[in-house]
Write a protein that binds this ligand. Sequence first.
Ligand SMILES: O=c1ccn([C@H]2C[C@H](O)[C@@H](COP(=O)(O)OP(=O)(O)OP(=O)(O)O)O2)c(=O)[nH]1
Ligand SMILES: [Mg+2]
Length: 150
Amino acid sequence: MKLQYRVLDTRLGDSIALPHYATDGSAGLDLRAMVKAPLTLAPGQTELLPTGMAIHISDPGYAGMILPRSGLGHKHGIVLGNLVGLIDSDYQGELMVSCWNRGQQAFTIEPGERIAQLVIVPVMQVQLEQVDRFDSSERGDGGFGHSGRH
Ligand SMILES: O=c1ccn([C@H]2C[C@H](O)[C@@H](COP(=O)(O)OP(=O)(O)OP(=O)(O)O)O2)c(=O)[nH]1
Ligand SMILES: [Mg+2]
């Protein structure tokens, strides 16, 4: 499917590559930190970083999800301040990435560094229907370990 985007920072697509799928099978488009200068995140620090681009998904049957990059998250503790970013299909503003250094060491983000990834996912909008009780199901209201550990 086609995804409309706008470039909001002219370095994107010029000195800094536009997001693209790294392989034929990639699920995510890497988003870049379009900071003006290297930015050091101290342990525990969170900053909202611009990506230099906007998208308009437009079809309410889809949404964007911003997810951490596994290498940055696992090795350097750089994850998302909101854990996951959800991009509405009608959002047209700049894609922003909340970058959280949950690690023990400072980490410096370079201009244009790939800091997170965008995945487009199908979404179902539902009509809420209020009822007094549900038809019975095998699980009922059991949850949170109800079925045991092993
Ligand atoms: O990591 C993120 C998360 C959200 N957004 C943008 C797109 C999204 O459509 C909009 C609103 O996000 P959300 O609904 O999660 O935030 P909110 O705190 O509920 O704000 P709002 O009241 O604007 O809905 O902010 C981002 O750019 N990056
Ligand atoms: Mg909201």
